[in-house]
Every structure is written in structure tokens, then in C-alpha cells.
Unconditional design. Structure first.
Length: 456
């Protein structure tokens, strides 16, 4: 994801002038092989001339991850660029596209050997630990060398176009949308990310984390926060993150009775999770599906269930937010379905508002219709940027509002750590089996109904 995003920013002239990109790894590559490798993931319809230009701003340095001498060699190359292009001093952005187990050691090496120039920024990408304690330990070690304002913790969902649009949809329509978002009007909120593909070939990584750690504790929780926060004073400073922290601190830890977890099984030619060769533990209880319910105990949202649901090997690809309003209280139209505001990211960027309306004809029959804002139709000449383009551009501009602050991160782990500890304990129930390509465990739908979400 990183290099296609960098190329898109380069193509659209969104990188700072004279930007240079250095790849650093242990692989035995020269500049040409490295350039071919990083542009190999670009789509076939890109401008070939631009691709060749992009290659020219890339170079490669080979080195170990645990030797000061290797990072000092990297520093020679960095300083050479600074001398040639910037009069000796440059702004530096270090993007650790590596397993989280490397974060603390590498951040220490970079600070010791490469922390020079005008500004230094460190980019790391989730998962940030596996629970509250491991996250706190990681952050404390990194914070010994780096200031909070220098650390950018990427959750790429915060760069998704439709997630960013929630703020505009709410607060730029404060006479229409915003008054609906409260406990008096909303029956339930559901945030879901469903995937048709399984963990084929990625079981080695996934089995270490599971669905709650991989998606729900971070991506889906961040989306829920965008729906739940009070109006921030600015979109550029820390006020957005301050409001998210207030919401996080109002959420009690999720109980195992407020969760459903499952693991996909074989269906036809599709292998089950435990059939995957990359999953070494054939008795693994890792969840490939999870649905959790949390409650935000603020005056606005007290008592409203927020359902966070995600799974692999399901019957469709879908990423969507559903805000379900309470049924009408009018005696004229009793028994109608709930009105819903839905914001869809996958398969396409759309905003739906389902409304109750009369069917055409002589009879007074009730039905549900939809008001739809389809981004492709509404904005045919505008390109929706990839989430990584958005967050990398924000790092370059020094805008922290799209990144997760340390206190916010710890607070989010505190919500899910008790549930994770329970799932890993000897007394926990095994995940519910569901067939590859199905809609997931039926118990998840039953949980939704129990807390008040109506299946339309």
C-alpha cells in the first residue's frame, strides 16, 4: 500500500519539492531492482513516463536492523542527499513498514544514528501491542527517544474518504443530521467490515492476533468514535482527538456475554481456517469472526448499543456504518420499519437514507424508499484517494488529527483487553464454526436483535 500511495502523491504533485525516498532493508537489491520492485504494484493504466520519473527519486540502501554501523551507513546516504538538494539540512520521515516486534529497537537505532535535520517524524502502523500492558510497554520504550508530536500511529481507516466525511456529514448539516444522533432518536449503531476471502497464506500473522485485535479494537472502534464524538473546535489540531478520548473513557470494557466469536470451516473446495498450511496450531481458537456490543455512557448516547462486527470468509465484501433510528411513534403508521442512515465504503462510496413513504397508487400503502448519494455519479470528475495517500500526506504536513494519540490508544485497549484475556483463557468457549462463504454465525444476528437492532 505504501509505494502506490507515494506514487499517487508524486503524480499529483503532493510531495514536497525535491523529495527523495530511500528504501532500507536486509534484501540484496540494487537501486534498479528496488525501483522495479516498488513500481511493480502499480496499476497497468498509470502514466509510464511518470513511473520512470518516480523511479528517479527512489534509491535503496541495504543494511541490518540491529547494527549501529549499518544505520551510520544509511546516515551517509541521507546526508549526501541533504547536502546535494537542501544545503545540508532536510526534513526526515521514517516509515517503519515492518512487524511491530521491530518498532522499539528500530526507533532506538534511528534516534541514535539518524536523528538529524530540521524535523524528524516516525511513522508506525498497527497493531500496537496485543493488549493494554504490551501496548503501554511499547509506547513507553518509543517515547524515551521520540516526542509525542513526532510519532504518527497510522490507522489507515482514519484516512478513508467516507470515514473522514462523517465529520462533514454531521457538523456541516447540524440542522438536519446532527439532531438525529442521540439516544432519543437512535435505536442502534452498527459498524461492520465483512470480507469474502479467508486467511489463505496469512495464517502465520493472523493467528497471532485474531479479528478483535486486527480490526475491531482499532479500525471499527475509530469509525464508531467518529459517529459518537461531540463537535470538535477544529479539524486540524488536537481537539478531535480530545473528543475521541472523552468518548473512549466513557465506555466500559466489553463483556464476553456481549460478544460472539467464530472461526470459518471448510465449504466445498474452500479450506477451513485450520486447514490452511500457514496456521501451524491445528487446535487454534483464534477468531476469524467477531461481533461485539459496547455502550457509550455519555449524555448523548447512554443506552444505545454500538455493534462492531467483522469477519473473513463470508458471503460478501462490505464496509458500512448503519445508524438505525427508532420506529415511528405515530399511531397513523405503526409497525413500520426503522429509518436508517447508512454510510458505505465498500463496495462503493455511497450514503443512503432509507425513509418511509407511500407506494404509488390509490391505496395508502406504506413502503421503504431510499435517498442515495452515490459518489461516482455525484462527483464523476473527482478521484477518491486511497486512504494511505491521505494519511501519508497528513504526515508530510504535520497534521496529527488523523492519527491515534498514545492516551487514546491505551484507552481503546482497556475496552477490549478483558474480553481478549477471557478468550485466551482455558475456560472460554471455542469459537463458533461457520462455513466458508456463509453469512457467519447465526448467534451474531441473534445478539443484534437482543440489543435492539432490527434486521431489514
Amino acid at each position: 500500500m505504501t509505494y502506490p500511495a507515494l506514487f499517487a502523491l508524486f503524480r499529483d504533485e503532493q510531495l514536497p519539492k525535491d523529495t527523495r525516498i530511500l528504501g532500507y532493508a536486509r534484501s540484496d537489491l540494487d537501486d534498479e531492482k528496488f525501483s522495479d520492485q516498488v513500481t511493480g504494484g502499480l496499476s497497468d493504466d498509470v502514466d509510464k513516463g511518470k513511473t520512470e520519473e518516480f523511479k528517479k527519486i527512489n534509491q535503496y540502501v541495504r543494511g541490518a536492523y540491529d547494527e549501529d554501523e549499518a544505520f551510520q551507513n544509511l546516515e551517509k546516504e541521507l546526508q549526501k542527499i541533504a547536502d546535494d538538494k537542501f544545503g545540508g539540512e532536510s526534513n526526515r520521515l521514517y516509515y517503519l513498514a515492518l512487524p511491530p516486534s521491530q518498532f522499539t529497537a528500530l526507533s532506538e537505532k534511528i534516534k541514535k544514528n539518524n536523528y538529524k535535520g530540521l524535523t524528524n517524524r516516525l511513522v508506525i502502523e498497527k497493531p500496537f501491542g496485543k493488549d493494554t500492558d504490551t501496548c503501554r510497554d511499547m509506547m513507553e520504550k518509543i517515547s524515551k527517544d521520540w516526542k509525542e508530536e513526532e510519532i504518527y500511529r497510522i490507522d489507515h481507516f482514519l484516512g478513508e474518504e467516507m470515514v473522514r466525511n462523517i465529520t462533514h456529514l454531521r457538523f456541516a448539516n447540524d440542522q438536519l443530521i446532527e439532531p438525529l444522533l442521540c439516544k432519543e432518536r437512535v435505536a442502534a449503531v452498527k459498524v461492520e467490515l465483512l470480507e469474502e476471502f479467508g486467511c489463505e497464506g496469512r495464517g502465520g500473522y493472523f493467528d497471532e492476533f485474531g479479528m478483535i485485535r486486527d480490526v475491531i479494537q482499532n479500525h471499527l472502534l475509530q469509525v464508531a468514535l467518529a459517529v459518537a464524538i461531540e463537535p470538535p473546535s477544529s479539524l486540524e489540531d488536537d481537539s478531535m482527538r480530545d473528543e475521541k478520548l472523552k468518548v473512549l473513557k466513557s465506555i466500559k470494557p466489553v463483556k464476553y456475554t456481549e460478544a460472539v466469536w467464530g472461526q470459518y470451516t471448510k465449504s466445498g473446495k474452500k479450506p477451513g481456517y485450520l486447514d490452511d498450511e500457514s496456521v501451524e496450531n491445528k487446535e487454534s481458537k483464534t477468531e476469524t469472526f467477531a461481533s461485539t456490543v459496547l455502550y457509550i455512557n455519555t449524555p448523548r448516547w447512554e443506552g444505545v448499543p454500538f455493534i462492531l462486527k467483522s469477519g473473513k470468509a463470508l458471503d460478501r465484501n462490505l464496509s458500512r456504518i448503519t445508524i438505525q433510528l427508532k420506529p415511528t411513534s405515530s399511531k397513523l403508521f405503526g409497525g413500520t420499519k426503522s429509518t436508517e442512515l447508512r454510510i458505505e465504503m465498500i463496495p462503493s462510496e455511497k450514503i443512503y437514507f432509507s425513509i418511509q413513504t407511500k407506494t404509488p397508487g390509490l391505496e395508502n400503502k406504506q413502503t421503504t424508499g431510499e435517498m442515495v448519494l452515490d459518489y461516482k455519479s455525484a462527483f464523476p470528475n473527482d478521484r477518491v484517494p486511497d486512504a494511505y495517500e491521505t494519511v501519508i500526506r497528513a504526515v508530510l504536513k504535520g497534521n496529527q488529527s488523523l492519527f491515534v494519540r498514545e492516551d487514546e490508544l491505551i484507552a481503546s485497549w482497556e475496552i477490549f483487553t478483558p474480553l481478549l484475556k477471557y478468550l485466551e483463557g482455558k475456560e472460554s468457549a471455542s469459537p463458533i464454526g461457520y462455513e466458508y462463504g456463509s453469512s457467519g454465525p447465526k448467534e451474531a444476528t441473534e445478539l443484534e436483535k437482543k440489543v435492539g437492532f432490527q434486521t431489514q
